[in-house]
Design a protein around this ligand. Structure first.
Ligand code: UDX
Ligand code: ADP
Length: 477
């Protein structure tokens, strides 16, 4: 029996749920897509008339929301009602790393997924396809299925007829290019057992994705492929960053090494840019999941191998703060340092696991005063990330940052660099590539340094203004 899909419900209006559902609504005008969330504020933001104030900034997203919202794309807090109406439910809730209990620091906390499964079990009617969309540890489908199955027994007693199928359909979107990735994915992965349910989900994607890009696997392969995909990408970054440290010692240049190895078609050129270390909500979490899973199944060598990728990343972030201190005569106490970029990469306002957090915390601990600029990140978010005055609600967000003793936020790059001993580039924002260094140099305290941890500045232009220049993977010679 083939399932007919009319109504889609997505639980969780976050970085994954929001953009993914917007694109599905855009590509499938015949389907009704409801995105629900327990967070009322977030839903209000999604329904904001001012499209510049959606909760997530993604190039191309506001245009789609403008086209589809109110037509076949709806954001609400009506979780029960929308679950009831749905033929297919996507679970896109948060799955942070556990902070306590078994697996703390490595395993994902599944309490939000579990709560969702219970809600689905309680309210769904008829046949419902439940799709794991959030990145989840392998065998989570089993957890969801057992919760749904236990509700079936209960339903039988109450003569309520509802049946379920669980599919894994991990998201590979990358922040900043989410809409592009969704519109033109390298592949769509669907893991499951019931071919009718797999076909029903596949039919949605077939509205814009060619058939040969839709890969069908068993549910465990799909879950594991997602974790492995992120682990491989992160591993490339740790690999190239480890070599950047060696370049600085030997006189080699990481950009030249990257280009040379990337031209080997077996290696390929993508994800070989050295930087301040990988951030984002997925890489660290997914690798630690893999580590936990390997330990759990008695494979310590496999666990150690992957844990090394995260360890190298942590070491690399601290390496950068240490070398800044070293070049500023071994102390940054009472020195001002300008930080350019706080998001974990360009074109997003997301700061989760951003290397800027680790590096700024190190510098604050060393006694520096930080002047921070980022074109998209809200200073309130920086306050939370640096954990200063976070509890103090008497300040507005802008006041809060200026009230901090350790740092201040500046919208203007030139004002941000005024009177500082060093400028540190941590995010590769486009606007940082065209800075007038002549102007900045005049307002900095000498001797002054520019640290380029993203390799985006023109070293000649910076150095010609009399500033000392250090670039990741090249050093300062
Ligand atoms: C990642 C995966 O790319 C995506 O497929 C998955 O669905 C979610 O996780 P995202 O976290 O948005 O996406 O960011 P990504 O572009 O992969 O970058 C992650 C981090 O690696 C960033 O901090 C980025 O600056 C860094 N990076 C990336 C490098 O340092 N060098 C590179 O060459 C590429
Ligand atoms: P992701 O990056 O995986 O999309 P986010 O943290 O950006 O994660 O978004 C997850 C969303 O899921 C949040 O907005 C959160 O409020 C929502 N959420 C978590 N649990 C539930 C639940 N049981 N019902 C509805 N929404 C939920």
């Amino acid at each position: 029996m083939k399932y007919k899909i009319n109504n889609i419900c997505c639980i969780g209006a976050g970085y994954v749920g929001g953009p993914t559902m917007a694109v599905i609504a855009d590509k499938c005008p015949n389907l009704t897509v409801d995105v629900v969330d327990i967070n009322e504020e977030r839903i209000k933001q999604w329904n904001n008339k001012d499209l510049d104030r959606l909760p997530i900034f993604e190039p191309g997203l506001s245009e789609i929301v403008e086209r589809c919202r109110g037509r076949n794309l709806h954001f609400s807090n009506f979780i029960e009602e929308k679950i009831r109406n749905a033929d297919i439910i996507f679970i896109s809730v948060n799955t942070p790393t556990k902070t306590k209990g078994v697996g703390a620091g490595k395993a994902s906390d599944l309490k939000w997924v579990e709560a969702c499964a219970r809600q689905v079990a309680k309210y769904a009617i008829g046949h419902t396809i439940v799709v794991e969309k959030s990145t989840l540890p392998v065998r989570t489908a089993e957890v969801i299925r057992s919760i749904l199955d236990s509700s079936l027994k209960h339903n039988r007693k109450e003569n309520k007829s509802s049946t379920f199928d669980v599919l894994s359909n991990p998201e590979f979107l990358s922040e900043g290019s989410a809409i592009k990735d969704l519109n033109d994915p390298d592949r769509v992965l669907i893991g499951g057992e019931n071919t009718d349910s797999i076909e029903a989900l596949s039919d949605i994607y077939k509205n814009w994705v060619s058939k040969n890009k839709i890969l069908k696997t068993n549910v465990w392969s799909s879950e594991l492929a997602k974790l492995t995909s992120n682990a491989f990408l992160a591993q490339r970054i740790s690999s190239i960053n480890s070599i950047s440290a060696l370049c600085e010692k030997t006189g080699a240049d990481i950009r030249e090494v990257s280009r040379a190895i990337g031209s080997d078609s077996r290696i390929g050129s993508k994800f070989l840019e050295s930087g301040p270390g990988f951030g984002g909500s997925c890489f660290k979490k997914d690798i630690l999941n893999l580590v936990y899973l390997s330990e759990y199944f008695g494979l310590p060598e496999v666990a150690n191998f992957w844990e090394g990728v995260v360890k190298l990343n942590n070491w690399h972030q601290h390496r950068i703060s240490k070398l800044i201190v070293k070049r500023l005569f071994g102390t940054v106490s009472n020195k001002k340092i300008c930080i350019l970029g706080f998001s974990f990469k360009a074109d997003t306002n997301d700061t989760r696991e951003s290397s800027s957090i680790a590096i700024c915390k190190d510098l604050l601990e060393e006694g520096a005063f930080l002047k921070i600029n980022d074109p998209k990140v809200d200073p309130d978010q920086i306050t939370k990330d640096l954990d200063i005055n976070y509890q103090n609600d008497i300040y507005t967000s802008e006041q809060k940052s200026t009230a901090n003793e350790g740092w201040s936020f500046h919208r203007n790059i030139y004002e941000c660099a005024e009177d500082v001993d060093a400028v540190v580039v941590l995010t590769e924002w486009e606007e940082y590539k065209n800075i007038n260094w002549e102007l900045i140099s005049k307002s900095m305290r000498k001797p002054a340094w520019v640290f380029d941890a993203r390799s985006i500045l023109n070293s000649k232009k910076v150095s010609s203004t009399g500033l000392n220049f250090w670039r990741l993977g090249k050093g300062s010679k």
